[in-house]
Design a protein. Sequence first.
Length: 830
Amino acid sequence: MPSLTRTEAVARAALLRVDAVDVDLDLDRGDELFGSRTTIRFGCRAPGSATFVDLRPRALHAVALNGTPLDPASLADGRLELADLLADNVLEVEATMAYSHDGQGLHRSVDPADGEHYVYGHLFLDAAPTVFACFDQPDLKAPYSVAVSAPAAWTVLGNGAATVVAPGRTELATTLPLATYFVTVCAGPYASVRAEHDGIPLGVHARRSLAPYLHEQAEHLLETTRACFDHYHRLFGIRYPFGEYHQVFVPEFNAGAMENPGCVTFRDTMIFRGAATPDQVISRSGTIAHEMAHMWFGDLVTMTWWDDLWLNESFAEYMAYRTIVEVTEFTDAWVEFGIIRKLWGYAAERAPSTHPVAGAPAPDALSALGNFDGISYAKGASVIRQLIAYIGDEAFVAGVVQHLRSHAYGNGDLVQFLAAMESASGRSLAAWSRAWLETAGADRLAVDDGVLTRTPPATHPADRPHRLDVAAFANGRELARVEVVVEGERTPVPGIVSTPVGGLVVPNAGDLTWAEVSLDPATVAALPAGMADLPDPQARTVLWVALLGAVHRAEIDPRIALDVFAEAWPHETSSAVLSRTALAMTSRVVPLFLPRGEQQAALDRVAGAADELLRRAPWVEGARGDALAVVGARVWAASGCEVDRLLRWAAGDGIPTVLEGDDDFRWIVLRRLASLNALSESEIEIAAAADRSLAGSLAALGVRAVRPTAAAKEWAWSALHDDTQLSNYGALAVAGGFWMAPDPELVRPYVDKVGDLVVTLSARMGDDAVSRVVAAIHPTRLVDDATAESSAALLQRDDLTPGVRRALVDAGHELGEALASRRRYDGGRS
Ligand SMILES: [Zn+2]
């Protein structure tokens, strides 16, 4: 199916004006198919000319243009030609559509907990034609009037306020002009909590089986929502325009959330059914704030074409953290941003697929999807922080408001955004934009002898100005902090002439800029002892990110990272830093960067650190102590090797009180037991029967896949290959466990079969879903030259979609990083 090209979109936008779209969906026709009738009223600026409408039905029954029937058989490649257009036209389409099971389009799933069915629409990026006929491009906005027939017991939600007009029949109020990819319908026996704030009707919704948790957590969700509305109203001076505001937590959602105006969808793992650490709650609150920022930036003003998608995401990502810090209890949310989001972004910057924040070419809609990554979010938000440092916050906010007012209910692009910023600040931003937005890569910053050196990457040279600070610490105290404006390659840092004995010098200590930080040798040597009592959590995240980045670049021995972890981690207080660095150890540093012969001892040190944290947690009061206990227990359960203790924990004995009855924690323990081959099939069956929730079913799939037996690996591989019932989440759960094997020979026979599996999955899943699964299917854990060769050979195939190819290239690159590190520090031993 060809993806809409930019050239086609420009031509169609020049020709057409869409006045109104009526959509009527029948969701009461069984599990596989639904009915779809569309009426599009549209104007044509050159009567007599032709265009095409986008439509990907299972069956097309009837089409009429201005009352004249068209031949449904003329539909080809998802396009139907419309000729002899009048100045004003009416297109009527009646079709049968198919539900999806990959989170793209109208996704339908069955909740294993109670057998109830749920439907939600996720039309980003180009799935709208699988739900209704449309001109599917972001700059042909129109008001939508949607009506839905569904089982009478279902709740139906969408962009406009819902009115039940008859049993099983809901009409959604006509919307303000929306881009096609924002239209959604959520339907099913959702549990709901409704409220109101400042005249805006609010609702939070989740599957009925999650109702107890939704009711428990609704007030926190709504409190965050209210605070964000007040904040954005004050900041932008433009009221939220889209009527009601519903937040629907839906199953098997690929992204974190989607900013459909009036009806935002979230992945429903954000409704916590067990313990949640502060970083999990910050992340959820940040997502709420992020989607709300989109109501203005993205929804009210939408990018003209997909190449400016970054503008939406960078802005919303930045605005979310700024807002969370200002209006919630999470005043340290930038720490979470630093350790979780920026670690993701710097990895994207190291990968072959790195690209400029803006101006990455998107010749067609699908190629834009690939650029929707850690660069668009984490780097983009960091660059906006640098823009604010450059022009001042007042000018930034004024520029944003001007941009929103100029293009409300329409579209804008980078040139127009920068013009608004230039007019508000009175400064030219052409050179700044070239360096920061239009050139890929991160500068390298190092401080030596009182001078900060900035080294641009050789492959992406640019003259980036930075505003940042440098700090020196020793003996648990901050000795000095210097703010610097970096304009050339060498900038004096007065006050930080040398690294104090046993102390640490931290370039970019406040984490204000986007750069790779090189630590000086004295600081690296002092890290294992000095990290623990460093008093500034933001500086600790900068050090962790620098250290892990250097491991990936083969500039620091991974054993040093392990030493720092063993020494400092049990004393860390931020749950974000604790969780994310432990994940880096157990999923990257130990299995990829250390030789196999050292991995067990290294894992024992990780488990030892987790035990130390567990011993410390009861001495820390209240929720903070609970959070430490939760992280300590989760990390020990994922890395410990004492089967007896794991069995006791699985039975609920000896675990921290806060984790009692926590099914998700129990599955972490069971997964570890299974990976140690200490869990029988019947024990897995008993556990699965005791937890028939969606989360439990997915966890059981993962547990079955990690078992280190030939039979288990064979089962997992054939499930991925043949089980067409495996949803996007199911496939991810199986793939995520497959390569876990203490003996590499167990999984080696599958390395050369990866390509065929990937293509099979690609045939039944969209690129967004499949590229996530592909990253897990790549044999990155088998770190040797033979795997690297197989990985490179995969790319010779000509049957890979762009998203799959990109995921394979990036996974292969990470394998290459591990090999380079082993060559440097172990003489290539595997
Ligand atoms: Zn977003």
